[in-house]
Write a protein that binds this ligand. Structure first.
Ligand code: PMT
Length: 396
């Protein structure tokens, strides 16, 4: 997934290294936008950064570049990472004290992204207790400092305060996006929620699935770097940010949606509670009350997961099993019959387990015959454990 990097340039002789960093970032496929303080513009022109980033450079809070946005707010939302390079004593001091009197210190306060500082200043300034105090204050608030190796400075002094080299900063940025993003480059299909099988225009067969379990897994998988396609029956869950979402209603619709994307997936997690049966005939008009009894003929829906198992190539397949008796026995049977790598069994007859709750208690059954029981815990925590095993199965 393409990442957005905001580069904030403050005024120091190391500005030319910021230009080198922007050039490398763009070559590596990052989207880069640059903001410059007045001081920075004394060393390098905005045109340099515009040419390197292929984007307009922000130099003032008051000169809006695009009439349809408030740039200093919108750019703060756009960024996945904000790197201040070089970071002078002045900009560090302003940020540490919440002073927003220029474009860069204002963006610092408006940024939603993690902010990193790459200090660059004379060794005496760097070691000054005020600067050290400001840096500590920012570090304690969770901001990160990338310091260069001590050595010869532009002024001729030798000591700390030199800026980290652009290629090392680039390596840190790569690490940042790969670390905690083990699924980067992987495509995961998740199905969630119930299916709805229409009887007539106002009646249907469905079940109690709320979607919480599946949406929880989808949200976490996105956070861990996966490209997630979420195919969902009707639920009230909020659609997790960043997923490719498709709403379906019936098992047949879910089947078609799943078939259309299966070939390109690395893993499939089938959390959806798919109705095994549907009315053999869907009535075009509302069924009128008449005889004492009304028999409804049902026919089998396609078993989506069995189809996936039968057409499996490279994909890792994870199923769920909602059982009310002999849960492990039936779970193992489904694992084998549907050709799965892992099945997550929940005994939904237990309190606070399965449908609708915020919690779940499951047993993970693996293809190699091993199993792992997870005690009752939040569905987010269960999602965490399931994705841990999907990572292992995908060897990422
Ligand atoms: O949505 P929540 O309220 O958070 O509840 C979570 C849950 C209880 C729905 C979830 O934990 C769960 O157990 N999901 C699977 C429910 C289910 O349909 O189980 P099953 O044993 O009937 O099906 C076994 C597997 O085959 C499932 O992965 C199911 O998606 C799949 N299946 C079933 C029937 C069918 N026609 N096609 C399928 O693909």
């Amino acid at each position: 997934m393409k990442k957005n990097i905001l580069v904030g340039v403050s005024g120091g002789i190391a500005c030319f290294k910021a230009a080198a960093l922007v050039s490398k970032l763009v070559q590596e496929g990052y989207s880069v936008r640059v903001i410059m303080t007045e001081g920075a513009q004394k060393f390098v022109t905005p045109l340099t950064f515009q040419a390197l980033s292929k984007e307009a450079v922000m130099t003032s809070v008051f000169e809006e570049m695009y009439p349809n946005e408030i740039s200093h707010i919108d750019w703060g939302k756009w960024a996945n990472l904000f790197v201040i390079v070089p970071a002078t004593a002045s900009i560090i001091g302003k940020c540490a004290n919440g002073i927003a009197d220029d474009v860069l210190s204002t963006l610092f306060l408006a940024s939603h992204a993690p902010v990193w500082f790459c200090p660059a200043m004379n060794r005496k300034m760097f070691m000054h207790p005020m600067v050290q105090t400001n840096m500590k204050k920012l570090e304690q608030l969770g901001y990160r400092f990338l310091n260069g190796q001590p050595g010869r400075q532009a002024c001729g002094d030798i000591g700390s305060g030199r800026m980290m080299e652009p290629k090392q900063i680039l390596a840190q940025i790569h690490d940042f996006f790969v670390k905690d993003k083990p699924f980067l480059g992987k495509k995961i299909l998740i199905t969630a929620g119930p299916t709805v099988e229409r009887i007539d225009p106002v009646r249907y067969i469905t079940n109690d699935s709320s979607g919480k379990m599946g949406y929880g897994i989808a949200q976490l998988a996105v956070k861990q770097g996966a490209e997630v396609t979420l195919i969902s029956g009707p639920t009230n869950c909020e659609i997790p940010e960043g997923v490719i979402f498709q709403r379906v209603e019936s098992a047949e619709q879910m089947f078609q949606a799943v078939q259309a994307v299966y070939a390109s997936m690395d893993a499939v997690i089938k959390v959806a509670a798919v109705s095994d049966y549907r009315p053999a005939k869907q009535l075009p008009e509302k069924h009128k009350k008449g005889n004492k009894h009304w028999s409804l003929e049902l026919e089998r829906n396609p078993d989506i997961l069995s189809w996936l198992g039968a057409h499996k190539k490279h994909q890792i397949l994870v199923g769920f099993a909602a059982e009310t008796q002999n849960a492990i026995h039936y779970g193992r049977k489904k694992l084998q019959e549907k050709n799965l790598d892992l099945i997550v069994v929940n005994d939904v007859s237990k309190p606070n387990v399965g449908f609708h709750y915020d919690t779940n208690e499951v047993v993970l059954l693996f293809k190699d015959g091993t199993e792992e029981a997870l005690p009752l815990q939040s569905k987010q925590a269960v999602a965490e454990k399931i994705l841990f095993h999907v990572r292992k199965l995908l060897e990422v």
